[in-house]
Design a protein around this ligand. Sequence first.
Ligand SMILES: Cc1ncc(C[n+]2csc(CCOP(=O)(O)OP(=O)(O)O)c2C)c(N)n1
Ligand SMILES: [Mg+2]
Length: 278
Amino acid sequence: MAKGEPSVATKRPEDKTARARASGDPPAEPEFVQLLTPDGDRVEHPDYAVDFTDEEYRGLYRDLVIVRKLDAEATALQRQGELGIWASLLGQEAAQVGSGRALREQDMAFPTYREHGVLYCRGIDPIMPLGLFRGVDQGGWDPNEFKFNMYTIVIGAQTLHATGYAMGVALDGKVGNGGPDSDSEAVIAYFGDGASAQGDVNEAFVWATVFNAPIVFFCQNNQYAISQPIERQTRVPLYQRAAGFGFPGIRVDGNDVLASYAVTAPRSTTRATARGRA
Ligand SMILES: Cc1ncc(C[n+]2csc(CCOP(=O)(O)OP(=O)(O)O)c2C)c(N)n1
Ligand SMILES: [Mg+2]
C-alpha cells in the first residue's frame, strides 16, 4: 500500500460492547484497542491510529519474524541441554515489537526475563540473553548504553526499580510533552499477569501515581503464572485495576503489533491521522 492511500478500513467490527452497555447488560466482549483483526484486516479505533510507510510496515513484520525465529532457536537449545532454561516469547511477539519500536532512543525499559523482542528492538545483540540462561554471565549488556535494564527474575521487582528510576527522571526535570524533538525521558516497566498480584507491583503503582512519575506499566497477560490461571490473580480485567490507583488503564490486543505500538508511543509520534489525534 502506497503512502497517501487509505491505510485504514473505514468499517469497524460490530461494537457489541457499546450495544450491551446501552441495553444495560454486561459487556459481551472485552473492550480493547485493535487496529488489526486476527485475519489481518485493518480496522479503525476512535482514539488510536498509526500511519506507517510501506517500508515501516515491512520492518515491523521483519521484526516479528526475526524474534520468533530467535525464540525458536533458543527453545531448541534449551531442549538440547545447552541452556538451563528459556523463557519463551512465543505468542508475545507483537506486544513486544509494537511496544519496543514505540520507545524513543532516550526512553528506559525495565524488562522481566521474557522481553527478548524488546531487547532486540533496543539494538542489543540477541545472543546476549542466551549467556544468562546458560548461566555463564549476568546478561552481558550495558543497561545505560541501550536504555534497557538487566532481566529481572524476581517477579515484579523491576516495577519498583523502574518507578524509582522514573521518579529520578522527574527530579532531574527531564519530563516534557514527549514530542519527537523533546529530550524528555519516559520509562516503561514490563510485567506479567501473575506479577500483578505481587505486593511489589501494587506498591510501585502507588508510588508512581502519587509522585506522578513518567512511567508506563506494560502488562503482558498470557493468562498464566506458570500453572496458575488468571482467575487466581484477579476478578476484574487487569486494566480496570489502574483506575483504583489513579492512572489510565488501556486494554490492547497483544497479538496486534500496530495497536501495541499505538498505545505505547507518545501521541505526537504515532503520526495518527484519524480525527486529527496526532
Ligand atoms: C518473587 C518471586 N516469586 C516466585 C517466583 C517464581 N516464578 C517464576 S515465573 C513465575 C510466574 C510469573 O507469571 P507472570 O507474572 O504471569 O509472568 P509470565 O511468566 O507468565 O510471563 C513465578 C511465580 C519468582 N521468580 N519470583
Ligand atoms: Mg503470565
